[in-house]
Design a protein around this ligand. Structure first.
Ligand SMILES: [Cu+2]
Length: 163
């Protein structure tokens, strides 16, 4: 009974620890950078964030609605816009392409735009069981020590009875 309770507590802790393996991806946001290759070799998962760093009076960050807005550099009605100089955006959905562009005249057309696609759910789901498996030795160990404590208690009780 006690062992079952211990396992339940450990599983609860494991459940709390699993969720966010989120990573922040810094973006140095300026002119003259080729953002077409920015995401090459990077795995960007749902829940990850992008942090754009730039000179606030020169540039800004607009999250666009569609690929066509991105292709045509239409920054008139963005989902979100920020010009603070440090813009953090959470990419909350899997298998989704997020589009960003600077709206300063000529900047987007000059290449100051970026499209980032998040990985599908399979990637994040695949990493959860790994975390889960790694917690199993801990369970086994606590089971062993619990048995140890129990046998010590039994021995103590046995001794008390004998004495
Ligand atoms: Cu700009």
């Amino acid at each position: 009974m006690e062992a079952i309770r211990v396992i339940c507590v450990l599983l609860t802790f494991a459940g709390v620890l699993i969720p966010c393996l989120c990573i922040d991806h810094p973006v140095s946001w300026s002119q003259g950078v080729d953002y077409k290759t920015w995401s090459d070799g990077k795995t960007i998962n749902a829940g990850d964030t992008l942090t754009f760093t730039y000179t606030s009076f020169l540039h800004n960050v607009n999250m666009l609605n569609t690929k066509s807005e991105y292709d045509s550099c239409n920054t008139k009605a963005p989902v979100k816009s920020d010009s603070s100089g440090s813009t953090k955006v959470t990419l909350d959905k899997p298998s989704t392409t997020y589009y960003f562009a600077c709206s300063t005249v000529g900047h987007c057309a000059g290449g100051m735009k970026i499209a980032v696609t998040t990985a599908n759910d399979g990637t994040s789901a695949g990493s959860s069981p790994k975390t889960f498996t790694s917690s199993q030795p801990t369970l086994t160990n606590s089971g062993t020590s619990l048995t140890g404590i129990l046998s010590l208690t039994m021995a103590a009780v046995g001794l008390a009875l004998v004495c």
